[in-house]
Design a protein around this ligand. Structure first.
Ligand SMILES: Cc1ncc(COP(=O)(O)O)c(C=O)c1O
Length: 504
């Protein structure tokens, strides 16, 4: 072996430091809880005795049945390409090219990619803002009802619940409205694989009537990065005579078969056995020790809450802030410095540089710290102590922050729906470069229609979707994000200076 320091050596080195992970994956590098897998000796392919993910008949079929059982779904599929491939497959399975779908405007980019690949016609559901924190709230069921009344041909509804910040929509009510209209409800529960196991955590969409639920087990549970689950749920029959899952344009069996077909397209043909073993171990752990582990996690959160209740300047998002009807996932710690003259980036840097606590992300005037089943009490104590110290040096001020406030989520909640073109006017096919489009410097794009995405990552929610018109206000905000050190992504020009727009 050479002396070079490649990725592997960097990872080994990092593992020896005292940085505490307040980010995904949910195992939190806790080898005491998960053990340390030695990859090479166990890294195989579809050899005899180890089944085939795309044609499961043996050990993988049993593992997926075990997962379905533990999570309370009718049918569960292992995903090795994250929730991303689950969303692509689930949406593709429930639609045909050209179908109309209803989707929350704050969906992850994977949902937009599915819309693009399947050439769907999206109608957007716009979440309201959670005041004070400037983040997207849940989707109002009445908005869904109204949209379905206006667009009775909608085949599929896609919402994100919980959101990155932990906001939970009224899934049960939305599912009922969807089903009455003959539509399928897919819930992107990427951030909620830990829901539905009690101990003060909210119920999962699996048990609230959603038809397809996609969960990233790697985000909050002890499972390796990239691992996720797709659950196909069977409707509860209203009467013994009524066949479950029928009456929605696609029966349960048909939905299941189509999901399997599309997973065969979007999943790798060489799925990693190490990743699949990671999912199976996570399922086993929940089955064997779930009660004890979820109770301990909840205890740690309650303890953290009691320790941080007295903070004067840093505000932590709580259930009470939610719009009536919305719920909140207590595992998410959204730490706001609004009104202190500091930005989210400031808090992020202080936690990282001064306390060796690595947050999940910074945005506008808040930071997200993600907790997970693999957290330790010592980790939570370090975060609480750091926040107490930082809080004591913060002042209340009406001044503008050190850096301009960049807040993609607030923008989403406020304005994006107003600037969206009527979906039918936009073809998702890429226009011929240079003939129908031109490349302009961002400041010159006012009132022009973008043919590209613009987003920040994280959270990966598009600020601009192809077909949307760029307002002056939005362009100003984009330049503020850049000035604040955030990189604009999604554009062909990786520097984020130029955008392809429609020719006028
Ligand atoms: C809401 C949401 N959905 C889907 C995804 C994609 O999940 P994965 O990274 O497991 O592919 C993410 C990723 O951050 C997300 O935040």
């Amino acid at each position: 072996m050479s002396e070079r320091t490649g990725l592997y050596e960097r990872l080994r080195e990092y593992a020896r430091t005292d940085y505490y992970p307040m980010h995904m994956p949910g195992h939190k590098r806790n080898s005491e809880l998960c053990g340390d897998i030695l990859p090479y000796s166990m890294d195989i392919t579809e050899i005899d005795g180890f089944d085939n993910l795309h044609l499961p008949e043996g050990i993988l079929k049993e593992a997926m049945e075990r997962a379905a059982n533990v999570f309370g779904a009718e049918q569960t599929y292992f995903l090795v390409n994250g929730s991303t491939c689950g969303l692509l497959a689930g949406i593709s399975a429930c639609t045909n090219p050209g179908d109309r779908i209803l989707m929350a405007r704050n969906c992850h980019k994977a949902v937009y990619h599915a819309v693009y690949i399947r050439q769907l016609r999206p109608v957007y559901l716009c979440p309201e803002e959670v005041p004070e924190f400037g983040i997207c709230g849940g989707i109002d069921p009445e908005q869904v009802r109204e949209a379905l009344r206006r667009y009775p041909d909608v085949k599929l509804i896609v919402i994100t619940s919980p959101t990155y910040e932990g906001v939970i929509s009224e899934v049960e009510a939305i599912a009922q409205i969807a089903h009455e209209a003959g539509a399928v409800l897919l819930v992107d529960e990427a951030h909620g694989a830990h829901l539905g196991f009690g101990h003060g955590f909210p119920e999962s969409a699996i048990r609230l009537g959603a038809d397809i639920v996609v969960q990233s087990v790697h985000k909050t549970l002890p499972s390796p990065t990239q691992t996720a689950l797709l659950h196909v749920c069977r409707r509860k029959a209203k009467s013994p005579e009524q066949e479950c899952g029928d009456g929605i344009g696609m029966s349960f069996e048909e939905r299941k078969a189509r999901v399997k077909r599309f997973l065969g397209i979007y999943q790798s043909s060489s799925p990693s056995y190490l990743l699949m073993a990671g999912i199976d171990r996570c399922v086993e752990l929940i089955k064997e020790r779930g009660d004890e582990l979820f109770a301990a996690w909840r205890e740690r959160l309650l303890w953290f809450s009691s320790q941080t209740r007295g903070l004067r300047r840093i505000r932590i998002l709580k259930e009470e802030e939610m719009r009536r009807g919305d719920g909140f996932d207590p595992s998410k710690l959204v730490l706001s410095v609004r009104g202190t003259g500091k930005s989210g980036e400031w808090l992020y840097e202080r936690l990282l540089l001064d306390y060796h606590i690595q947050p999940e992300m910074a945005s506008g005037d808040y930071v997200i710290c993600m907790t997970g089943l693999g957290d330790t009490s010592a980790g939570m104590e370090r975060l609480a102590a750091a926040l107490q110290e930082l809080d004591s040096v913060l002042e209340h001020t009406e001044d503008t922050p050190d850096k301009p406030p960049y807040d993609p989520n607030a923008d989403m909640a406020h304005r994006s729906c107003a600037r969206i073109l009527v979906p039918e006017q936009y073809s998702w096919e890429m226009p011929e470069p240079g003939t129908e489009t031109e490349r302009l410097a961002l400041p010159d794009c006012a009132e022009r229609v973008s043919v590209e995405y613009i987003y920040l990552y994280p959270p990966g929610i598009p600020l601009v979707v192809p077909g949307e018109r760029l307002t002056k206000e939005l362009l100003l905000e984009l330049s503020e994000y850049k000035r604040g050190g955030l990189a604009l992504r999604g554009m062909e020009d990786e520097s984020g200076e130029y955008l392809n727009v429609r020719r006028q």
